[in-house]
Write a protein that binds this ligand. Structure first.
Ligand SMILES: Cc1cc2nc3c(=O)[nH]c(=O)nc-3n(C[C@H](O)[C@H](O)[C@H](O)COP(=O)(O)OP(=O)(O)OC[C@H]3O[C@@H](n4cnc5c(N)ncnc54)[C@H](O)[C@@H]3O)c2cc1C
Length: 421
């Protein structure tokens, strides 16, 4: 490729989205990705015929940016049943939005998970969360999600049984200290769309983004070691150098800080540990999220991805995914796995003894923290030098959607910078 106008460091969703928008605007770019494949935090491995996402993830079909940028039909999306199966008082209780599954209205009304008042408050919150424009979410006063739920009048029991494991699994933190701006986004998205995974696993998303770029516009196994912001020259670990009039840092905040020689920020992220098991029979029969509403033991949430997409497991086999909040050190993995299996045995009985462990993913940097005032992080932008731009989920809502929004905003700024030069 002749010299690109823009070098993008990082081929995660944010970097790829930025490259796609630049491509549409007629601006050439080169994505330099350190790993052997694009995708960043969204990767899928094939292990013994099972497709394993590197950590349990879902796409919400209501994400507005994703709707514009992705070709949903080509991703052959497979949907989870709305609602959740909640483990509480030694049983699993379906907890389903009766407006979306009218047939389940009676089981939900009888459910011990929530008081009648909590059910009414949930319906009211749903109506409230769908009002107004999406962009209003980012200008509302913010507080922690827990404070919001309490101010809405939800009982402590319902918060513990439902919101804590459900939102804990989304925010990857159980205390619900995450900003109400992320809560508003997530709650609205869950209320208006479906939770899905593409056929073949989540990595199909970055792959689709990459497939819309010329093949020479992406270099993998290309770790950038240094950036000279005076000449916008980057040097790879291999010693190879690339220059362009603009450089985008589409890596994590920590890597961006390092490349810019800014004071290294301490990793402000939530981690998660995801265990995958194979079994001959599925422990539940519904493609639903399973939540730990009992508040004890290591499991926060689990699912049976093969009930959502049978092709993610070999014929006759089931794939089980279990998430525990927080990353675990290698030395503690075995111990945590035994505790997870003991809890699963308590839930599903002796059949758990037949489960085979496939793989464990311990991910210390899964989601950048999004506590109230996280939008101040945008100040990071102003510390950048001429011709150097940043993008990534940490600048928006820490999510796939946020990564795509950030990629678009950065591309728009780049295009403007070329136009004004
Ligand atoms: C376990 C888990 C569960 C999640 N669940 C959900 C979910 O259910 N729904 C949702 O919307 N979001 C979820 N997310 C968040 C979502 O995956 C991220 O917000 C999004 O993928 C971030 O994209 P990004 O491009 O900003 O960053 P990244 O994906 O981190 O991309 C950064 C890229 O930069 C590359 N890089 C780093 N250093 C260098 C270097 N020196 N040179 C070259 N390249 C470099 C990296 O290899 C990486 O590819 C989850 C994330 C995880 C990990």
């Amino acid at each position: 490729m002749s010299s690109p106008q823009v070098i993008i460091i990082g081929g995660g969703v944010a970097g790829l989205a930025c490259a796609r928008h630049l491509e549409s605007a007629g601006v050439s770019s080169l994505v330099l990705e350190a790993a052997e494949s694009v995708g960043g935090r969204i990767r899928t491995d094939c292990v013994d015929g099972f497709s394993l996402d590197r950590g349990f993830q879902i796409l919400l079909t209501a994400y507005p940016e994703a709707r514009k940028l992705l070709d949903f039909p080509a991703l052959r999306l497979k949907a989870y049943e709305p609602g959740a199966l909640i483990r509480y008082q030694g049983k699993f209780h379906p907890f389903v939005d009766p407006l979306r599954r009218p047939a389940k209205v009676f089981s939900t009304l009888r459910s011990p998970i929530a008081t009648f008042g909590d059910k009414l408050r949930l319906a009211r919150l749903k109506i409230k969360s769908c009002r107004g424009q999406m962009r209003d979410i980012y200008s509302r006063p913010e507080t922690s999600t827990l404070e919001r739920l309490k101010s809405e009048g939800f009982s402590d029991g319902f918060i513990q049984r439902f919101f804590s494991p459900f939102l804990g699994g989304v925010f990857l933190e159980p205390d619900l200290v995450t900003s109400t701006r992320k809560f508003d986004l997530v709650f609205r998205m869950f209320s208006t769309g479906e939770a899905v995974v593409p056929a073949g696993g989540m990595e199909a998303i970055p792959r689709q983004l990459a497939s819309g770029l010329p093949s020479e516009a992406i270099r993998v196994n290309a770790r950038v070691n240094s950036l000279d912001p005076t000449t916008n020259t980057v040097e790879l670990a291999s010693g190879e150098k690339f220059s362009a009039s603009r450089v985008v840092l589409a890596c994590t905040e920590q890597v961006a800080s390092k490349l810019l020689n800014l004071e290294l920020k301490k990793s402000e992220a939530h981690g998660v540990t995801c265990f995958y098991f194979a079994s001959n029979t599925a422990p539940v029969d519904q493609p639903m999220l399973i939540l730990n509403g009992e508040g004890n033991g290591p499991i926060n949430n689990m699912s049976v991805p093969s009930l959502v997409d049978p092709k993610c497991a070999p014929a006759g086999k089931s794939l089980i995914s279990i998430s525990c909040l927080g990353a675990t050190k290698d030395a503690c993995e075995e111990d945590l796995r035994q505790k997870v299996l003991a809890q699963a045995k308590d839930w599903f009985g002796a059949s758990v003894e037949q489960w085979t462990h496939l793989k464990t993913y311990s991910i210390p940097y899964a989601l950048p923290k999004s506590n109230p005032a996280f939008f101040n992080r945008k100040q990071f932008d102003s510390t950048c030098c001429d011709g150097v731009f940043v993008c990534g989920d940490y600048l928006e809502t820490a999510s796939l959607e946020g990564a795509m929004v950030s990629g678009r905003i950065t591309a728009e700024r780049l295009v403007k910078s070329f136009a004004t030069n």
